[in-house]
Each structure stands twice: as C-alpha cells, then as structure tokens.
Design a protein around this ligand. Sequence first.
Ligand code: ADP
Ligand code: MG
Length: 246
Amino acid sequence: MKTRTVFKDKNKLSPRYVPGKLVDREGEFRELVRLFHHVLEEGGSQRVIVCGSLGSGRTILTRVFAREMRKFGKKRGIDILPVYADCRKDRTPREVLGRLQRACDLEKPVRGVSYASILERVVEQLKSRGAYLAIILDDLDFLIPRNGSDFLYMTTRVGEELGERNPISLIGVSGEPSVLARLDSATQSTYQHNRVVLEDYDRRQLRRILEDRAKAAFTKDSIKGEVLDYILGSEPRVPERDRLGS
Ligand SMILES: Nc1ncnc2c1ncn2[C@@H]1O[C@H](COP(=O)(O)OP(=O)(O)O)[C@@H](O)[C@H]1O
Ligand SMILES: [Mg+2]
C-alpha cells in the first residue's frame, strides 16, 4: 500500500541544506565574487569578513559561495578546496587546523606540534598539489576569545614567512560588525576594507524564503499560506548554543 505523505523532500528542511539559489542576496554574492576575483581567476589568497545578525543568511551565503568557488575554479583549472568550520563546535585553532589537514589528506595532528608548523605542512601539501584553500570560519566570535586573532594573523602571514605566495583564503563570519575591534591592528587592517554586511530580511523577503523552502520540501498544496504567515508572525527564539559565552 502506498503511504501518503506531505513531504516531497525532508532534507530540504535540514539546517545543513544548501539551496541552489538564494533569495535576494545577489548583491552580496556579487560583492564576494568581486573580492575574490583574483583568486577565482588565477589562484592566490583573500580575506573577508561577512557580518550580520542571526538569521540574516550569513552561513548559507558563505556555503553557497564556497560551492560556487569550487565549481568556478574547476572550470579555469584552479583547484580551490573549501573548508567549512563552525566555530561553535571547533572552538580552538587546533580543531580548525585538524579540518584543514583532513581537507589536504594529511594525517591527524601530532600532539605537541605547534600551530605554525601544522600550518606550514598544510601549505606545503597545497603547493605540491597546486591547490588553494578557502576556509570559512563560521561564527568566528566563538573562536576569537581563544586565540582566534592569532589564528587569523597566522593564516594571513603564512606565505610571507615561507617567502612564497599564500595559498590560503579566509572568510570569517561574525555576528557583530565590530568584530574587527577585537583583533590586533595588523589583522584589522587586512580585513577592514573587505567586509560584506548582511542587512536583516524584511517580512516580504522572509516570506519568499519560507515559500521557496516549503515548495521544495512539501507536496503541492499541503502547506497553506496561513501556516507561513503564522510562522512569520511568531517570535524567533535564539537557541542557547547560539548565544556568545554559552
Ligand atoms: N537568501 C536566502 N535564500 C534562501 N534561504 C535562506 C536565505 N537566507 C537564509 N536562508 C535560510 O534561513 C535559515 C537561516 O539562515 P542562516 O544562513 O543560517 O543565517 P545566519 O547564519 O546568518 O544565522 C537557513 O535555513 C537558511 O537556509
Ligand atoms: Mg549561521
């Protein structure tokens, strides 16, 4: 017997789902393309901060951009490896470095080895593959109190210290436009002109996001417009884990 279901594709409701197309973020997406133009065309590195409040689409924008970077680079013969780290989970540079190592097929970090030497090995590996790394540090605010500033500094200077071109790009995602104030002045100056700020969505935009997602996830006519209005009207709750200091 065939079971009836309201779902067309439940995966579309997952927080990890990355839609094919974003609602109303073309301008911000283009701004990222502009900032990364040289990396996409010929390889190299760039550093950008994306900020906005919770729910403004920072995670999804950077994830879509990472996916497109990979595809775009491939077309031009440039091997860009995007690495996504959620700093609410990966709260120390060592955990983030572990992700970079895995992305480059290096074995797990050995205890006692300094961050700088792990990073150097990552860079050597990238060089030997002719590849570039694009790190997304989502919710960077959770990393900064624990050596986050050092980590940003290190990934910025790594090429210089080796006397080579830096193959590592970084996109930091933050909840506060003032995030830069907590970084050392050298790192601040690297990032200050490369900021993409996401304004909060208005009701109309939120409605379109909900409609698109409902269409993708549920069978036709199973979700009524009033349900979407009800969701739009309800107060968003900020989960405990999304609050800084938790
Ligand atoms: N422009 C958009 N188009 C489609 N879905 C979006 C868009 N912006 C946000 N979303 C969706 O809204 C939810 C919240 O977005 P998210 O990127 O997690 O926000 P933030 O990281 O800023 O808190 C996610 O499910 C995301 O997929
Ligand atoms: Mg997010």
